[in-house]
Design a protein around this ligand. Structure first.
Ligand code: SF4
Length: 424
């Protein structure tokens, strides 16, 4: 079932006021591939009254005031892609098209959408409930960071958006814990996976070079990033703090990766796998073409490619779904109108990391001083493509499915290191 986007839809559920209102820079696609939809459905399944405002107009209050004020918090995301990447090419030209906007014309998402939406909320609701930032744009800008677009080191987006919290990484457990604490009127400063601003540094937390130091000196920026990166494993991470102007950015340790059962619970939720009907008159959302008939099997990546930021968002530990959960989803997909028998992708950040992990990492956290795949595949990893091959074979047997493709990236080094099921 879709999350409500209009007052009529809120009333149709028998609700008077929402507890959580989510704002997103994308058109509303209800899909397990879309973070804001996963978070909304997860809160809904836990009994929270949740609504969503997709792509609010920032020039007026018409959209942002439509659902009233939430009882617990606002959740703000720029959408599935950082808004500056969605809006501009690498050479800085304005993109004409937008695959996450109904109709495909790039005219609905502001630059630095997270900041724009936080400002929009505050303009129309004085002294309102906490503004909680999430999604890729906020998560990857959670500490001081080099910003390609302005060619300078910026503060945490929390400071620039004047928001209350960031929920970083894959936020299901964090956002649920936050909602529980807010509903019960309890303090939430120790919840894993959040960042917030404070007048003081937090005792016991590791101090990063300040924003001013990182902005003035590349060596300090490098030191800051290495300390930050070395404290992103939920089993070993220290909390972090960083002085930014007169305040401190407090970065709690990351949330624990989901267990297989928790992963199944998330992906077994009742997603519509469609665009909300309010967008229909605006046109198609192209992004749906690639995700509607695809299945996410796992999350996290230990590839640590230098161009990629997945490890600091999803983590270096891979969490996989059970085969049974994935087959259930395949049966749901096979029953959808328009399905022609082809599952377009069965994958994750790196498709062939499904179904196995390093036991040492699961028990003690990722090694701080070595890499899992470089310069050679670690002897403790034991790559095993058996679960993925078994899964792909069973997917072909699901009634209505003719073929299932792997369109996500694969690591050849893992295939070469798997003597039993990989390349002999
Ligand atoms: S033991 Fe090897 S595979 Fe396991 S976390 Fe350390 S480097 Fe990665």
């Amino acid at each position: 079932m879709f999350l409500p986007v209009t007052p009529e839809e809120v009333r149709a559920r028998g609700w008077k006021q929402l507890e959580v209102i989510l704002i997103t820079g994308d058109s509303y696609i209800d899909s397990p591939y879309v973070g804001v939809s996963v978070i909304g459905q997860h809160l809904l399944a836990a009994g929270y009254r949740v609504g969503i405002i997709p792509q609010p107009d920032i020039a007026s209050g018409a959209d942002i005031t439509r659902l009233g004020e939430p009882e617990l918090f606002w959740g703000v995301t720029g959408g599935c892609i950082d808004s500056l990447i969605a809006n501009h090419t690498a050479s800085g030209k304005k993109r004409q098209g937008d695959d996450f906007t109904a109709g495909g014309i790039n005219n609905r998402r502001p630059d630095r959408a997270v900041i724009a939406y936080a400002n929009l909320i505050r303009r129309h609701f004085r002294n309102t409930k906490p503004i909680v930032l999430g999604g890729i744009e906020a998560s990857l800008r959670r500490i001081a960071h080099y910003d390609f677009w302005s060619n300078r080191v910026r503060r945490s987006i929390l400071m620039d958006a004047k928001a209350d919290l960031i929920v970083y990484g894959m936020g299901e457990t964090t956002v649920l814990e936050l909602a529980h604490r807010l509903r019960e009127g309890r303090k939430f400063w120790d919840v894993r996976g959040i960042c917030y601003a404070s007048a003081e540094m937090k005792p016991g937390f590791l101090e990063l070079p300040s924003w001013e130091e990182a902005a003035a000196d590349p060596a300090a920026l490098e030191k800051m990033f290495l300390l930050f990166y070395g404290n992103q494993d939920s089993r070993t991470a220290s909390g972090l703090c960083q002085k930014q102007d007169t305040r401190w950015l407090i970065h709690n340790p990351p949330a624990l990766p989901l267990t297989e059962a928790e992963m199944d619970d998330v992906y077994d939720m009742d997603f519509e796998r469609a665009v909300h009907p309010r967008h229909h008159r605006e046109g198609e959302v192209r992004a749906l073409e690639t995700i509607r008939f695809s299945i996410p099997t796992h999350r996290g990546c230990y590839g640590e490619c230098h161009f990629c930021a997945i490890a600091v968002h999803e983590g270096r530990t891979v969490s996989s779904r059970s085969e049974a959960s994935i087959l259930r989803e395949a049966a749901v997909i096979a029953s959808l109108p328009g399905f022609k028998g082809y599952i377009l992708d069965v994958g994750g950040p790196t498709a062939n990391m499904y179904g196995f992990e390093c036991k040492k990492k699961l028990a003690h956290g990722a090694c701080p001083n070595r890499r899992c795949l470089y310069p050679a595949v670690c002897e403790h990893l034991h790559p095993d493509h058996g679960p993925q091959i078994s899964l792909l074979g069973k997917l072909r047997e699901v009634p209505g499915v003719k073929q299932a493709f792997v369109a996500s990236g694969i690591r050849y080094d893992l295939l070469l290191a798997d003597r039993k099921h990989g390349i002999p």
